[in-house]
Design a protein around this ligand. Structure first.
Ligand SMILES: Nc1nc2c(c(=O)[nH]1)N=C([C@H](O)[C@H](O)COP(=O)(O)OP(=O)(O)OP(=O)(O)O)CN2
Ligand SMILES: [Zn+2]
Length: 143
């Protein structure tokens, strides 16, 4: 019988799985810690009082260390963490977290990271990547 060395063991390998999830939301870049003039200067057109919308594309990337994460389970977690609270919402008005935190894509990534780590098995989440537009892409790795 062939000897299976430790290096051939699946437990020694590290891979990554990605699940892509699109969601639509509107927002306005506006900090409650700045004056109206400062907000206008810092955020420019994105400070428009009536806001603007995006079709965000979120990528949830999990680190696999020999343990199989069922993508169907990941889909359910993403539904709970991204789709239910964020999809077709006004981020600033519908999501309590963004009442005091400016809804930049960086902060949306932090929000998703913080809530995904609560539901995923320990140390599995590697990266949250969000395409706000085709050109604006944010990566957050929990640091
Ligand atoms: N650091 C950040 N800067 C900006 C953010 C952000 O989340 N983090 N967000 C915005 C706006 O929300 C805005 O909608 C993006 O605007 P813009 O760059 O103009 O979008 P496009 O990619 O569509 O731009 P074009 O180059 O005109 O195609 C701004 N800054
Ligand atoms: Zn925007």
């Amino acid at each position: 019988m062939a000897d299976v060395s430790v290096n051939d063991s699946a437990a020694e390998r590290v891979g990554y799985i990605t699940r892509v999830q699109s969601f639509s939301a509107c927002h306005r870049l506006h900090s409650i810690h700045l004056s109206d003039e400062e907000n206008k200067r810092v955020y420019g057109k994105c400070n428009n009082p009536n806001g603007h919308g995006h079709n965000y594309k979120g990528l949830c990337i999990d680190r696999l260390t020999g343990m199989v994460m069922n993508l169907t389970d990941l889909k359910k977690y993403i539904e709970d963490v991204i789709m239910t609270p964020l999809d077709h919402k006004n981020l600033d008005k519908d999501v309590p977290y963004f009442a005091s935190v400016v809804s930049t894509t960086e902060n949306v990534a932090v929000y998703i990271w913080d809530n995904m780590v609560k539901v995923l098995p320990t140390n599995l989440l590697y990266e949250i990547k969000i395409h706000e537009t085709d050109k604006n892409i944010v990566v957050y790795r929990g640091e």
